[in-house]
Design a protein around this ligand. Structure first.
Ligand code: HDD
Length: 703
């Protein structure tokens, strides 16, 4: 039968669309034509490709031909693009930078990176959430990974930390359990990136050693404003070894230059919808704008005598040493100044391993650290698929390296010469160097082979209590609300009650508040405690976010809601005052194209109102005309913009003409809602924004 659908072949012609020279193919499709100087598309084997729009077929509408090697290769590669995501910390974002040493630490360590003041060492940092998949959202309530790779002249040093100084468990054998419990439940495959479910709280309520960590993860530390506003911690006690192999214990802390800041929970929930990449975008924007994030590396140094006399075991990763007990000493700064060229090649393929330490840095016997040293190598092989993952540029050391490791999948570094072993008689190849090489601390260890938890690890509540009592009243309330929210998602009543029983050992008022909020009618007995919780530990101001907040509005963002007919001078004055402060501004307009101001000038929008809800900003300003306000009161997203900013205790500036919108959003004017009519009013407002939020408003907007 004649093929009635057969179309007549079209004539080829060329056309120009937005500066691209395009050629029309026979089917009408457009091909980009290689121009002079532009490379020609080839297969992976270098064969130039003539047509990348159509598979090879029998006739125009006939079956495809297996002979089409270009299509076959293209699909083959695409089908294999994914590698397994990390089993934990799958969602992450990285950046390059450098570490600059302040002063020589030769007295304590022979680590090359700490020998010379002013020395700069290349660095790569990957921040992450723990529980969610690669495609999950940034503002999950979760621990943030803070992994730093320092390419020192004597090998890579990976400090694989978190934004919390303690951990859930004391023994690595429990790691698969804690991770399984927080991940989506295996029968139903949800919830994603959430700890608010039965399995997690079931495990936690049966694991008293996690209580200190629970206080941290229920605090606002787990909903940071951005990576730039969080601390990082090496968690474990490590050792520094000097030239004479004398040991000093050390804990590592990264302190952000901008101070600490978090968002509030209701805001986090909404940010996840409005911009799931909120933290990624923040880091990207800051670095692209040349506003390079910075942290100071601080060390807490102590000796065996301190370790012997300290209230807790320094090998226990569920405990910290308060900064008031051992003051952190700044030893250098980390600056992130360059985004990766390729996310996959660098951020995805970077392999951090706790066991990567250079000479002069050594491990302690913290059991969790010892277990980690085993796990990280293992996981890289699974994820990256070859023992040669160290050949990838992001993982390769930037100092000379030589050994006899050879072959394997995808070997890129292939030794030449005859000798591939040592000792050899050929005078070839590297040899070990007992003087320069990494030496372990000569620890004296004895005792029976046992599966036991040290008695010195048994106090599970005292530091949890100390953390809670170190928080401001606002932060304590947030902890209670977080516990209430999380446990309200737990369906099994017995688990909720078990958690309240633990809280009774931490703070009775907290336990009572959570029990009341959950509607638990009969208060349970306090959980059995292996060691009675202490109440003589001094509160530590360093544990609070609010007491360590930013001192100015630097590095943060004002969202300005505008309408047609708004005051262009005021918007301009805000823009220049913020630039002077080192802060950012985004214009939120009814149409993204922008608005026409009262003086006839045009103000371009950065966001339309739907795309720029106030949760994306640290503070807001409403600069509208009377007609603009009249229109915006009918727009739900504009009302939400104002109402949410108020509910999240943000500072709000407004012009008189915006009042109808404020009234419609039920805003009660307080000291955080200020009228600005001219440039002179602006500096006071920006100074006010330097504080995190108007916390005094919170009781009015949150039960
Ligand atoms: Fe871990 C990844 C931090 C305990 C086993 N961990 C991983 C990452 C960070 C941490 C930041 C992501 C690194 C990256 O960005 O690629 N982990 C910690 C901290 C811990 C901790 C601060 C406690 C102090 N981890 C821990 C234990 C084990 C692991 C006890 C196993 C015994 N962690 C892993 C892992 C991962 C990992 C399975 C998954 C992906 C990877 O290593 O590269 O090996």
């Amino acid at each position: 039968m004649a093929d009635t659908k057969k179309r007549s072949a079209r004539r080829s012609d060329t056309t120009t669309v937005h500066d691209l020279t395009l050629q029309r193919g026979n089917g009408g499709e457009l091909h980009q034509v290689a121009e002079e100087g532009q490379p020609v598309l080839t297969t992976a084997h270098g064969v130039p490709v003539a047509d990348d729009q159509n598979t090879l077929k029998y006739g125009e509408r006939g079956p495809a031909l297996i002979e089409d090697f270009h299509f076959r290769e293209k699909m083959f590669h695409f089908d294999h693009e994914r590698i397994p995501e990390r089993v934990v910390h799958a969602r992450g974002y990285g950046a390059h930078g450098y570490f600059e040493t302040y002063d020589s630490l030769a007295e304590f360590t022979r680590a090359d990176i700490f020998q010379r003041a002013g020395e700069k060492t290349p660095a790569f940092v990957r921040f992450s959430t723990v529980a969610g998949s690669k495609g999950s959202f940034d503002l999950a309530r979760d621990v943030r990974g803070f992994a730093v790779k320092l390419y020192t002249k004597e090998g890579n040093w990976d400090l694989v930390g978190n934004n919390i100084p303690v951990f859930f468990i004391q023994d690595p054998i429990k790691f698969p359990d804690v991770v399984h419990s927080v991940k989506p439940e295996p029968d139903r495959g949800f919830p994603q990136a959430q700890s608010a479910h039965d399995n997690f709280w079931d495990f936690i309520s049966l694991t008293p050693e996690s209580m200190h960590m629970i206080m941290w993860i229920m605090s606002d530390r787990t909903i940071p404003r951005s990576f730039r506003f969080m601390e990082g911690f090496g968690v474990h006690t490590f050792r520094l070894l000097n030239e004479n192999d004398e040991s000093t214990f050390v804990k590592f802390i990264w302190k952000p230059k901008l101070g600490l800041q978090s968002v509030v929970w209701n805001e986090a929930v909404k940010i996840n919808g409005a911009d799931p990449d909120f933290h990624r975008r923040d880091l990207w924007d800051a670095i692209q704008a040349g506003d390079f994030p910075e942290w100071e590396l601080c060390v807490q140094l102590f000796d065996q005598d301190f370790a012997d006399s300290f209230d807790f075991d320094v090998l226990d990763p569920t405990k910290l040493i308060p900064e008031e007990v051992i003051k952190p000493i700044p030893v250098g700064r980390l600056v992130l100044d360059r985004m990766p060229d390729n996310f996959f090649a660098e951020t995805e393929q970077v392999a951090f391993m706790t066991q990567n330490v250079p000479p002069g840095i050594d491990f302690s016997n913290d059991p969790l650290l010892q277990g980690r040293n085993f796990s990280y190598l293992d996981t890289q092989l699974k994820r990256l698929g070859s023992t040669n993952f160290t050949h990838l540029p992001i993982n390769a050391p930037k100092c000379p390296m030589h050994n006899f490791q050879q072959d394997g999948h995808m070997a890129m570094r292939n030794p030449v010469g005859r000798a591939n072993y040592q000792p050899n008689s050929w005078g070839e190849g590297p040899r070990e160097d007992p003087k320069r090489g990494h030496r372990s601390y000569r620890d004296e260890v004895e005792g029976p082979k046992v599966r036991l938890r040290a008695e010195s690890f048994a106090d599970h509540y005292s530091q949890a209590r100390q953390f809670y009592s170190s928080q401001t009243a606002v932060e304590q309330k947030h902890i209670a609300m977080a516990l209430t929210f999380e446990l309200s998602k737990v369906e099994t009543l017995a688990i909720r009650e078990r958690m309240v029983a633990h809280l009774l050992n931490i703070d009775e008022a907290l336990a009572t508040m959570v029990a009341e909020n959950l509607g638990i009618r009969e208060m349970p007995e306090a959980a059995d405690a292996a060691v009675s919780p202490r109440d003589d530990l001094e509160p530590s101001a360093a544990l609070s976010i609010i007491q360590n907040g930013p001192e100015s509005f630097e590095g943060r963002k004002l969202g300005v809601l505008v309408s047609d007919g708004c005051d262009a001078d005021l918007v301009e004055a805000l823009r220049s005052a913020l630039a002077e402060e080192g802060a950012n501004i985004e214009i939120v307009a009814p149409k993204v194209g922008g608005v026409e101001a009262s003086d006839g000038s045009f103000i371009e929008g950065d966001q339309m109102i739907d795309g720029g809800p106030s949760v994306l900003y640290d503070a807001v300003a409403i600069i509208v005309s009377p007609e603009g306000a009249e229109k915006l009161v009918k727009e739900a997203t504009a009302r939400d913009f104002v109402a949410d900013a108020f509910a999240h205790c943000k500072f709000i500036a407004f012009v008189e003409d915006a009042r109808p919108l404020l009234d419609k959003a039920a805003i009660e004017i307080d000291e955080g809602v200020v009228q600005i009519e001219s440039a002179e009013d602006i500096s006071g407002f920006i100074e006010m924004c330097g504080k995190l939020r108007l916390w005094a408003r919170e009781p009015k907007v949150k039960l």
